[in-house]
Design a protein around this ligand. Structure first.
Ligand code: ATP
Ligand code: MG
Length: 133
């Protein structure tokens, strides 16, 4: 078993999709280890997405991620990182496989419902970011 981090993004929270997305995660075999709701400020969101700060979509991404509360979730399963990436689908919902969370619930490439860690090392960093100690 290992860990990964999901974040239900502001578009999905405001659309009332927390329950459906949590069910999807649990039905896929993930154990919820920790969960909370927070409204990030631009400093926090900027730090979380620091890797993208040279990207043209960065400013808009920070505005979106601070537009309302998000739900970070620490998850556990076998092959947690790759399994979560698989069930959330491609960044752009138009390119996501049928049945994936982004295909089902995302609005656009930016407003794409959920974040997932992309490696074991980033999962460790991202879980510590939202759930220190
Ligand atoms: P995440 O890191 O949120 O799990 P991801 O790994 O699929 O998503 P990244 O390339 O890491 O995608 O981009 C981070 C986030 O930035 C995306 O989830 C999306 O919200 C936004 N984003 C990425 N590319 C674009 C783009 N071309 N236009 C608008 N927004 C984008
Ligand atoms: Mg990413």
């Amino acid at each position: 078993m290992n860990q990964t981090l999901a974040i239900i993004k502001p578009d999905a929270v405001s659309a009332g999709l927390i329950g459906k997305i949590l069910s999807h995660l649990e039905d896929s075999g993930f154990i919820v280890e920790d969960i909370k709701m927070i409204h990030m400020d631009p400093h926090q969101a900027g730090k979380f997405y620091e890797i993208h700060k040279e990207q043209p979509f960065y400013d808009s991404l920070i505005k979106f991620m601070t537009s309302g509360p998000v739900v970070p979730i620490s998850l556990k399963s076998n092959n947690a990182v790759s399994k979560l990436r698989q069930i959330i689908g491609a960044t752009d919902p138009d390119e996501a496989d049928e049945g994936t969370i982004r295909k089902l619930y995302a609005e656009s490439k930016e407003r794409n419902a959920i974040h997932a860690s992309d490696s074991n090392s980033n999962a460790t960093i991202e879980i510590a970011f939202f759930f220190p100690g």
